[in-house]
Write a protein that binds this ligand. Structure first.
Ligand SMILES: NC(=O)c1ccc[n+]([C@@H]2O[C@H](COP(=O)([O-])OP(=O)(O)OC[C@H]3O[C@@H](n4cnc5c(N)ncnc54)[C@H](O)[C@@H]3O)[C@@H](O)[C@H]2O)c1
Length: 329
C-alpha cells in the first residue's frame, strides 16, 4: 500500500543485500516505495525491479540519484562504489542509507564526514545494522542502566560457515570484524584507540591468503579491553557478544540459530530500514550510525590491517571534524 507522501527510494546495487532491501521496502516497510532500481548489471536490476511493481530501472546510479522521482537513496553496491555514490548524494542533497563500509579508506570516509559537516545537514546513515538488533539494543540498555556496574571487558565471537571465494585475511578485518568494531563503539559509547591482530595456529581447511581464525584485541579510549575471535571458515554461523562489568556479565547470541546472516539479522535489517525511512520522512534524515561512525570504523579497520601485516599493536588516530550539526550514533 503506497500513498503520495511515501518516501521515493532509489536502490543502487541489487546483489544479495540490495535485492533484500528492495523486497523489504516493498513488502515490509511503511511510508516508502521503491521508484528506481539501479545496478551496473542491468539484467539483474530488471529482474529485481519485478519485486517492486511501479519501479523503473536505470543502469547509471548517478542518474538515479538526481532523478525527480527519487527522494532518498539506499546504496548496496559493491564497497568500492560507495564513495562516489555517497558523494553524489551529498551533492544532490539526497538522504542516503549506505551499506557498510561507508568507503574503503579512512581518509575518503573522513572526506565525506567533512563534506557533510560543511553542508550543515545530516544526510548519511551507515548500515551497521547490529545497532538495531533487539539483543544488541537490550545489551546496550543493560550496560547504560548500570545493572552490570561499570563495563570492563567485551568478548566477541564472529564465526561464519565458510568464506566466499577469494576472501583474504584483509577481508576478514574489513568485512567481518568491522561489525564488532562498530558494536564495540555502540556498546561502550567511546572510540577505539588501538588494535592488535593476532594470527594463531590456522585452520588447515582455510584457503591460501586467509589466515583463519584471527584473534583481535582492541583498546577503548578509557582503557577497556575488547577481544574478538574472527573465524570465517568455522562451519557454522555464530555471533556472540558478552559484556563483563564490575557487578556481572551478560551474553547475547547463544539461542538464535541460522546458517545465513541475512536470516539471522532480518529483524535488525527491517528495523534499520524502517527507522531510516521514518527519520527521512520527518526531515531528521539520520537516526542511527552516521558518517562519523563509518569513518571511525574505517580508521580502526585500517589500523587492523596494518597490525595484521606487522603483528604489532597499532594506534588508531581519528581526525576531529567540527560538525555544524550533532553527530549521531
Ligand atoms: N550490513 C551487512 O550486514 C552487510 C552484509 C553483506 C554485505 N554488506 C555490504 O553490502 C554491499 C553489497 O554487498 P553484497 O553482498 O550485496 O554484494 P553483491 O556482490 O551481491 O552485490 C553488489 C551489487 O552491486 C552492483 N554494483 C557493482 N558496482 C556498482 C556500481 N558502481 N553501481 C551500481 N551497482 C554496482 C553489482 O553488479 C552487484 O549486483 C557491500 O558494500 C557489502 O560490504 C553489508
Amino acid at each position: 500500500m503506497t500513498d503520495r507522501t511515501d518516501l521515493r527510494v532509489a536502490v543502487l546495487g541489487v546483489g544479495r543485500m540490495g535485492a533484500d532491501h528492495v523486497a523489504r521496502l516493498h513488502d515490509e516497510i511503511t511510508g516508502a516505495q521503491v521508484t528506481v532500481v539501479s545496478d551496473v548489471a542491468i539484467d539483474r536490476a530488471t529482474a529485481i525491479a519485478l519485486n517492486a511493481p511501479g519501479s523503473r530501472v536505470l543502469a547509471d546510479p548517478f542518474e538515479a540519484i538526481v532523478s525527480d522521482d527519487v527522494d532518498a537513496v539506499v546504496i548496496a553496491s559493491s564497497s568500492a562504489a560507495h564513495e562516489a555514490q555517497v558523494r553524489a548524494c551529498l551533492a544532490a542533497g539526497r538522504p542516503v542509507l549506505c551499506e557498510k563500509p561507508l568507503t574503503t579508506r579512512a581518509q575518503t570516509a573522513l572526506d565525506i564526514v567533512t563534506a557533510e559537516a560543511e553542508l550543515g545537514t545530516p544526510l548519511v546513515q551507515v548500515g551497521f545494522m547490529r545497532r538495531f538488533d533487539h539483543e544488541y539494543v537490550e545489551l546496550k540498555k543493560r550496560l547504560d542502566s548500570g545493572a552490570l556496574g561499570q563495563p570492563l571487558l567485551l568478548h566477541f565471537a564472529h564465526r561464519n560457515v565458510t568464506a566466499p571465494a577469494g576472501y583474504t585475511s584483509v577481508n576478514a578485518i574489513n568485512e567481518t570484524l568491522v561489525h564488532e568494531i562498530d558494536a564495540t563503539r555502540f556498546l561502550l559509547g567511546e572510540e577505539i584507540v588501538a588494535i592488535t591482530v593476532h594470527s594463531p595456529t590456522a585452520n588447515s581447511a582455510a584457503p591460501v591468503g586467509l589466515h583463519d581464525p584471527l584473534l583481535v584485541l582492541m583498546e577503548s579510549a578509557s582503557g577497556r579491553l575488547v577481544d574478538v575471535e574472527v573465524f570465517v571458515t568455522y562451519g557454522a554461523y555464530e555471533v556472540r557478544a558478552e559484556a563483563v562489568g564490575e557487578r556481572g556479565a551478560a551474553m547475547i547470541g547463544t539461542t538464535r540459530r541460522s546458517t545465513d546472516f541475512r536470516e539471522y539479522f532480518q529483524q535488525a535489517y527491517r528495523s534499520e530500514l524502517q527507522t531510516w525511512v521514518d527519520a527521512v520522512r520527518v526531515g531528521t534524515n539520520v537516526n542511527g550510525p552516521g558518517a562519523w561512525d563509518g569513518y571511525a570504523a574505517a580508521a580502526v579497520c585500517e589500523a587492523g590491517v596494518e597490525s595484521l601485516r606487522t603483528g604489532q599493536r597499532v594506534d588508531v588516530h581519528l581526525t576531529p571534524v567540527r560538525a555544524s550539526h550533532p553527530q549521531r550514533g
